[in-house]
Write a protein that binds this ligand. Structure first.
Ligand code: ZN
Length: 624
């Protein structure tokens, strides 16, 4: 069959009509190219010509707490694995969000606005890049390569030296100068933007709202901080033995082997001295491979708890899990335990895929924000930190393991993180979450189809399309497929696309193929259409020949949801009827449920906490 369709491609001049035959979901015209070129395929697998670029970063960074200054240098090797000749090289300079005149989604403290990133030196293949070959626009630094383009399968050696000042505002998004000697430092180095098969160079600037879309890279980073500071970072800490005194090193190593939480050091121990070997300044080394970013944090007075958890039962592999926090954060004493328990559930239940990273640190900062192996979470005390912790850690799968383009399809990661966090936190706390949050806003004018590119959206449209609507959709999907098929699809999707950049279509097509079902009846309304979910009880009729009552359920909204009926009879007995969302797959408007023969219905309740339903006033019926 595939052979014929290839032949057909050469004969057919109307490429769009050909490809629309391969899916009846709307496929944007500009995404067809990927299918013509064979980088993507209609079965949901990476195409035979799939490619992506990669880099390796060898960096040195000095944090100067008194000046809030970050001073770095990097040797970057960038590999052009695309079939294209690159006439431009694009760096992302996220800290340019604070550059005077830069575009921003939210107000920032005017005192933090300044020069942005200072590029002190930039060379390509040991040749200095002239000022006129650099274009600074929004949060990008573009380098003109027209004189010496980067050819396919060739690489570039880049040297860059830079510095910038972290914002002083404690409420700055992402970054945290949490107190004069505590820092969380994300998006801090000139990172090469993604050049991909869909849109070429990624062109969505960092204006505050957008999060990840980065290529996979290897990192070897040396971090220099004043004496007395600890550094936590993406990757494995390679020189703990150089820095920690014997008793603390023992605790650090013990935590790698045991399931219980070990207090590696406390604020009091740090203040007393004797945690670190004499070294001035402190030089830390962290390494990570195949990750989409590198982040670090530092403090001279935070507590550090750690434990580890088995994430792969076949190999016995463990992940080292840490919490670093201020003594005042009463909730954080529990966070290492929660994170480890969450990672165990992620590895064996939802998504049910071995946690991919060797370590994970939850740092007590000012946000709820994920990075590879690092999280910046505010303290929710006196509240319960379970949901927030589990949500941010679950991002490890999406967008990190899977390389999601969150800047354009945030529902491909935020929807999943929200879905996992509800189920996992319920399992850890005994609470029972509901989907009333989405139901309350479904169908409003800001409830846009999630397939609208996220970079075009502002909240509340952004948050509904990225979080609550896809979270509801995935919950309905789990009900539809059942855990076993759902899990099989999830594992297949991850195996196909880990370390790559899946688009929404790679997700839809993979789940269609793996489930053995064409789920387009589900994807289309939930992801491509305006609308809302609403079912109601229309009527209860008597079928006199069968001597039973028949409940007529009406579909009033276009988003398909299951029917869950609690039927109470006049003889005080009751039953529950649950029908999956596919009863509506052919556009049915009504569905008749036959009740127990010989009995008479007294009252009915339709729906449950996991079924989002916009209008619940039509969900009850009572016999008069
Ligand atoms: Zn999230």
């Amino acid at each position: 069959m595939r052979y014929f369709s290839v032949l057909f491609l050469f004969l057919n001049t109307n490429v769009h009509s050909l490809f629309s035959q391969s899916t009846d979901l709307f496929l944007p015209y500009n995404m067809l190219r990927a299918y013509e070129k064979g980088t993507r395929s209609f079965d949901g697998r990476p195409g035979p010509h799939y490619w992506q670029n990669r880099a390796s970063y060898q960096m040195r960074v000095k944090l100067v707490p008194k000046k809030r200054r970050v001073e770095g240098s990097a040797i970057i090797s960038y590999y052009n694995q695309s079939p294209d000749t690159l006439r431009l090289l694009r760096f992302k300079l996220a800290a340019d969000r604070y550059r005077k005149g830069s575009l921003r989604d939210d107000d920032v403290n005017p005192n933090d606005v300044g020069e942005g990133v200072r590029i002190e030196q930039l060379t390509l293949n040991d040749k200095a890049v002239a000022e006129q070959e650099r274009i600074r626009r929004r949060t990008f630094l573009d380098v003109d390569l027209r004189k010496k383009p980067l050819l396919p399968r060739d690489s570039l050696r880049i040297y860059v030296r830079w510095s910038y000042t972290l914002p002083a505002d404690k409420n700055a998004a992402r970054e945290c100068v949490c107190d004069p000697t505590t820092f969380f430092v994300p998006y801090w180095y000139p990172q090469i933007a993604v050049y991909d098969d869909i849109r070429g160079w990624a062109s969505t600037p960092y204006s505050g709202q957008q999060e990840f879309y980065h290529d996979f890279a290897d990192y070897d980073v040396t971090l220099i901080v004043p004496k007395g500071f600890m550094v936590w970072a993406t990757g494995e800490w390679k020189n703990a033995a150089d820095l920690l005194q014997a008793p603390y090193l023992e605790r650090f190593l013990l935590a790698h082997r045991v399931d219980t939480v070990v207090r590696i050091f406390t604020e009091e121990e740090l203040r007393r001295g004797g945690v670190f070997r004499p070294q001035n300044p402190h030089v830390f080394r962290y390494q990570a491979t195949q990750v989409p970013d590198f982040t670090f944090a530092a403090s001279d007075h935070y507590n550090w708890d750690a434990t580890s958890v088995v994430v792969d039962s076949t190999t016995g592999r463990r992940t080292f899990v840490s919490a670093a926090y201020h003594s005042r954060s009463a909730d954080f004493y529990r966070v290492a335990r929660i994170a480890a328990d969450g990672i165990r559930l992620m590895s064996f239940w939802l998504p049910g895929y071995p946690f991919p990273y060797p370590c994970m640190t939850i740092f007590n900062g000012n946000d709820g924000m994920e990075y590879p192996m690092m999280v910046n979470d505010y303290s929710v005390a006196p509240g319960d930190p379970t949901n927030l912790t589990v949500h941010e850690v679950a991002h490890t799968y999406f967008p990190f393991l899977m390389g999601i383009n969150e800047q354009e399809y945030a529902w491909m990661d935020e929807g999943w993180a929200s879905f996992f966090d509800f189920f996992l936190a319920d399992s850890l706390t005994g609470r029972k979450h509901n989907l009333r949050g989405y139901a309350a806003v479904a169908g409003n004018d800001f409830d846009v189809p999630p397939m609208v590119r996220s970079s075009f959206l502002r909240s509340p449209a952004y948050s509904v399309a990225s979080y609550s609507r896809p979270q509801a959709a995935y919950t309905v999907l789990l009900d539809q497929l059942g855990y076993e098929v759902f899990h099989r699809c999830m594992v297949e999707y991850m195996n196909r696309w880990k370390g790559k950049h899946p688009t929404p279509y790679d997700f839809f097509f993979t789940w269609n193929e793996t489930s053995g079902q064409n789920l387009n009846w589900f994807w289309r309304p939930w992801f491509f259409e305006w609308g809302y979910p609403d079912v109601g009880v229309r009527d209860v009729q008597r079928d006199s020949s069968a001597e039973c009552d028949v409940i007529v359920i009406e579909r009033l909204g276009n988003l398909p949801i299951p029917i869950h009926l609690q039927i109470n009879y006049t003889d005080k007995t009751s039953e529950i009827v649950h029908l999956k969302a596919d009863i509506w797959k052919n556009g049915e408007q009504r569905y008749a449920v036959s009740c127990a023969p010989g009995k008479s219905v007294s009252h009915i309740e339709l729906g449950n906490r996991l079924i989002p339903d916009r209008n619940r006033t039509n969900n009850s019926w009572k016999r008069n």
